[in-house]
Design a protein around this ligand. Structure first.
Ligand code: PLP
Length: 375
C-alpha cells in the first residue's frame, strides 16, 4: 500500500507497541502496587523525557489523551466573561472550533473566526489578518501551529508576540508539530501549547501533552483536566496525572517513541520528511498542472494541494474519492473540502519514497479525466 496520510492518526511502530504492552502487563501483574507505588513516579519520568525533547521541564508538562483534550482543559477552565472574545482563524480544527463555541455559549463570550484565505500568500498575510482582528475585548487567541486541512505552518512566534503585547492569552494547538518540527517550547512564550505524541512522534494512540508556561501567571493555576478526580486543586500537573482508573500505557510508552524517533535520526528524519513532502508535492504539481497553495516557508511534512478533478466539492464527495483511491489503488490519501473547493493532503514519513507520489500522480492523471470518482 501507499500510505500518504500519516497526519490523521499517525502510525505506531511495533517496538513502541511492545513497550506499551509491557506497561499493561506490569499493571495487570499487580494492579495495586502498580497504581499506587509505580505509576506516579513513572509518569513523571516519562513527562521529563518528553519535556527534554520539547526544550521544557517535566514539571510544566501534563499528559493528556490528545490535543482535543489539551484544548478542552484550557478552554473549559478559563473564567470567560460575557463579551470576552476568543479569537481564532478560519483554519481552526473543527473539534477545537466547536469547543470554542461551547465555552462561549456557556459564558456569553464571543467566538471570532478571522478569515485567512487559502491559497495563502505568506506568513505576513496571516499575521496582518489576525492582528487586525485583535480588540481590547480579545481575551484568548487560539492558534494552530500547523493547520489541519490546509497544512500551513503558521507564524506562531509573531502572533504570540503581538497577542501578549496586548495582554491576550495564547493557546497554541500544535497537534501535528511534535516530531514534524523541532520544538523549543519556551521560545514561543505562549501561555499554553498542546501537542500530540500519537501523530509524528509515532507514539501510541491516546498520548499527548499540555505545556503550561511557568513564566505565565495564568498557565498553571486553576487549569483543570476535563475529568475532575482525586487530585483536584493539588497543583499542576498532579491533577492531570491521575484521572481515574484507566490505561496509562500510552503516556508511559512515550519515552520509547522518543527513542525510536531518535534511532531513526531525530531532527534529521524530521527534515527528511519535510523535504520528501516538498519533492512529492513538486511531482504532483508538475504532472497534474496544479499550483502550490502556500510558499515553501509555510510547509511541513503534510502539504495540501488543489484536487485536479472537476467534481462538485462536498464532504461526501471527498470521502468517496478517498475510498475509491484506497479500494482501487491501495493509496491512502486525505481528500477534503475547504472553503468550497476540493483539496488533497499528502504526507511524508520515513516509510515513504518518492515513487509513492509518482504513483499517486499517475493514478490521478490516468483515471481522473476518464471517470470522475477515480478509477
Ligand atoms: C490542528 C489540529 N488540532 C487538533 C487535532 C485533534 O487531534 P486529536 O484527535 O489527537 O485530539 C488535529 C487532528 O488532526 C489537528 O490537526
Amino acid at each position: 500500500m501507499i500510505f500518504l496520510n500519516h497526519g490523521s492518526f499517525g502510525a505506531t511502530p511495533r517496538r513502541v507497541l511492545r513497550a506499551q504492552q509491557d506497561w499493561r502487563l506490569a499493571l495487570e501483574r499487580q494492579p495495586i502496587h502498580f497504581m499506587i507505588d509505580i505509576l506516579p513516579a513513572a509518569l513523571r519520568t516519562a513527562a521529563s523525557e518528553l519535556a527534554a525533547f520539547l526544550g521544557a521541564t517535566g514539571q510544566d508538562v501534563a499528559f493528556v489523551d490528545n490535543a482535543t483534550t489539551g484544548v478542552n482543559s484550557v478552554l473549559r477552565s478559563l473564567r470567560l466573561q460575557p463579551g470576552d472574545e476568543v479569537l481564532t482563524t478560519s483554519h481552526v480544527y473543527p473539534a477545537v472550533g466547536k469547543t470554542i463555541s461551547y465555552v462561549c455559549r456557556r459564558t456569553g463570550a464571543v467566538p471570532v473566526h478571522v478569515a485567512v484565505p487559502f491559497p495563502c500568500a505568506g506568513p505576513q498575510e496571516v499575521v496582518d489578518r489576525v492582528v487586525r482582528a485583535m480588540t481590547p475585548r480579545t481575551r484568548l487567541l487560539v492558534i494552530d501551529h500547523i493547520t489541519s486541512a490546509t497544512a500551513l505552518v503558521l507564524p506562531v512566534h509573531e502572533l504570540t508576540r503581538e497577542a501578549r503585547q496586548r495582554g491576550i492569552l495564547v493557546l497554541v494547538d500544535g497537534a501535528h508539530a511534535p516530531g514534524m518540527l523541532p520544538l523549543d517550547l519556551p521560545t514561543f512564550a505562549t501561555d499554553w501549547y498542546t501537542g500530540n505524541c500519537h501523530k509524528w512522534l509515532c507514539g501510541c494512540k491516546g498520548s499527548a501533552f499540555l505545556w503550561g508556561n511557568p513564566e505565565s501567571e495564568a498557565a498553571q493555576s486553576d487549569i483543570h483536566p476535563p475529568v475532575i478526580s482525586h487530585f483536584l486543586d493539588e497543583n499542576w500537573p498532579a491533577e492531570f496525572d491521575f484521572i481515574g482508573t484507566r490505561d496509562y500505557s500510552p503516556w508511559l510508552s512515550v519515552p520509547e517513541a522518543l527513542r525510536f524517533l531518535q534511532d531513526l535520526g531525530g531532527e534529521r528524519v524530521m527534515e527528511h520528511n519535510r523535504i520528501l513532502a516538498r519533492k512529492g508535492a513538486l511531482v504532483l504539481q508538475s504532472t497534474l498542472g496544479i499550483a502550490p497553495a502556500a510558499p515553501e516557508s509555510m510547509l511541513g511534512s503534510i502539504i495540501t494541494l488543489p484536487w485536479p478533478g472537476t467534481e462538485t466539492p462536498s464532504d461526501e464527495m471527498a470521502q468517496d474519492l478517498r475510498r475509491a483511491l484506497w479500494e482501487n489503488h491501495r493509496i491512502e490519501l486525505m481528500v477534503l473540502c475547504f472553503d468550497g473547493r476540493l483539496w488533497f493532503r499528502i504526507s511524508a514519513h520515513a516509510y515513504n519514497e518518492i515513487d509513492d507520489y509518482e504513483r499517486l500522480a499517475e493514478v490521478l492523471q490516468t483515471h481522473l479525466p476518464s471517470r470522475p470518482g477515480v478509477g
